[in-house]
Structures are given as structure tokens and as C-alpha cells.
Design a protein around this ligand. Structure first.
Ligand code: NAP
Length: 220
């Protein structure tokens, strides 16, 4: 496919561009060339740039995959519906992070939990989109603690506590290659989604869950 990439020179975009090419797509720099003639567009830019880039895509009839966090999702949904085009947003395209959110949602049925998210000091938004999405899945009023330091990429712990025990679910993104499989999946899927904004990689990765297999070994 011909893919328009907004943020091609950024930390994520510079990993994503070559990976898309390796997967057989032709990549066009969104800032330089715009979305005309492309089948899909991707945005990994900054929160205040998303709606303007989206407006160009919707005017050109090009479905959009958004990875930029901290943008106005309600407005993006409204504009995509109005244009009759699909948009897709995932707060985290790393498959391990999606699993972390799912496990955290399950654990919150049994324990009270708090979220600690840790990112590079260059990240503009806090709390992170992943932390907000995790908190939403865990229920009302989940505290989020944000850490911004050099040397970090993207990390999150969800710490649960109950009488006499704690449970920690942790995900570490050690390289931005982690986002590539999820973005490729979204690029392939977005055109087939309904008009408006679809949120969350889990909706593209897994069909509805089957009942768990009975464990063969008993344990503590
Ligand atoms: P970054 O290194 O700062 O890169 C941002 C890129 O966007 C730069 O190439 C920048 O170009 C470009 N840009 C800025 N304004 C633009 C505009 N109006 N039109 C087109 N391009 C523009 O940031 P990053 O680490 O790659 O992260 C980008 C975004 O993705 C952030 O919001 C981050 O939180 C998010 N993110 C999401 C996920 C996920 O899985 N959903 C994963 C990682 C990161 P100049 O430098 O020339 O201005």
C-alpha cells in the first residue's frame, strides 16, 4: 500500500518508515508530500498536530491510524464520522502492553491497584495514554504516578495490594521496534473499520475470548 507517514523523522517514525518498506509498503513523508494518492495515513507526531493532519487525510478520503497520545479523541471521532471515514487510535501499539492492560483489568476485580508510568523526559503528555487507558479499564479513581527521566523508553507497572500480598504487572518497551507489528496490523485493518474512531489494538488482535483450558497441574 502507499502509506502517508506523519512524523517520519521522529523517534517512532524513523523506526516505522523502514519497517513499513520492509513489509512491502511505499512510504510517503506526510509533512512533505501530504496524503493525496495514499491508501492509508499514520500519525506519530505531537498532540497539537493530530487534528490538522487528520483534516488533510479526511479531506483526501484517506483512513488514518493515530499513535500520537494526548490528542482530542472526541473531536477526531466527530470529524471522522462527519467525513464518513474510519480512523483508528491505540494508546499503545506494543502487544505486551495490550496484554498488560488486559491482565490489569482482570486483577482489578480482586485487588485495589495503582499505576506507575515511566517515560523518556522528552514525552510531552502526562499521564501517558497507556496509563489513562489502563485506568479506564480498571474502574473509577485509579491513581496514576508519572515519571519522566533520561534513559527511559516506555515502561509501566500496575501494582495491586490486598491483605498480606501484592501483585505487580510490569511492561517494558526496550526499543521502538515493539510498536511495529501493531501498527502494521492497524494499517492493514483500518480501511475495513466503520466510519468514526475505533480505539484499542485488542479489537484488531484477538477474537472474542474462548473459555480457558482446564489446568493440567495443580499448584499454589
Ligand atoms: P518525536 O521523536 O518528538 O517525533 C515527532 C515527529 O513529529 C517529529 O518527526 C516531528 O518533526 C514531527 N512533527 C511535529 N509536528 C508535526 C506536524 N504538524 N506535522 C507533521 N509532523 C510533525 O516523538 P515520538 O517519540 O516519535 O512520539 C510521537 C508521538 O507518538 C507522541 O505523542 C508519543 O507519545 C506517541 N507514541 C505513541 C505510541 C503508541 O504505541 N501509541 C508509542 C510511542 C510513542 P520535527 O521534529 O521536524 O518537528
Amino acid at each position: 500500500m502507499r502509506v502517508c507517514l506523519f512524523g517520519a523523522t521522529g523517534k517512532v517514525g524513523s523506526v516505522l518508515g523502514p519497517a513499513l518498506e520492509r513489509a512491502g509498503h511505499t512510504v510517503v513523508d506526510g509533512r512533505a508530500a501530504g496524503p493525496d494518492g495514499c491508501e492509508v495515513a499514520i500519525d506519530f507526531t505531537r498532540p497539537d498536530a493530530v487534528l490538522e493532519n487528520a483534516a488533510k487525510c479526511l479531506a483526501a478520503g484517506v483512513p488514518l491510524v493515530v499513535g500520537t497520545t494526548g490528542c482530542d479523541l472526541g473531536e477526531l471521532d466527530r470529524r471522522a464520522r462527519e467525513a464518513g471515514l474510519p480512523c483508528f487510535y491505540a494508546p499503545n501499539f506494543a502487544i505486551g502492553a495490550v496484554l498488560m492492560m488486559r491482565f490489569a483489568a482482570e486483577a482489578s476485580a480482586s485487588f485495589r491497584g495503582e499505576i506507575v508510568e515511566l517515560h523518556a523526559e522528552t514525552k510531552l503528555d502526562a499521564p501517558s495514554g497507556t496509563a489513562k487507558a489502563t485506568a479506564e479499564r480498571m474502574g473509577e479513581g485509579v491513581p496514576i504516578h508519572s515519571v519522566r527521566l533520561p534513559g527511559l523508553v516506555a515502561h509501566q507497572e500496575v501494582i495491586f495490594g490486598g491483605p498480606g500480598e501484592t501483585l505487580t504487572i510490569r511492561h517494558d518497551t526496550t526499543s521502538r521496534e515493539a510498536f511495529v507489528p501493531g501498527v502494521l496490523r492497524a494499517v492493514e485493518a483500518v480501511s475495513g473499520l466503520p466510519a468514526g474512531l475505533t480505539v484499542g489494538l485488542e479489537s484488531l488482535l484477538w477474537p472474542p475470548r474462548r473459555p480457558a483450558r482446564r489446568p493440567e497441574v495443580e499448584g499454589v
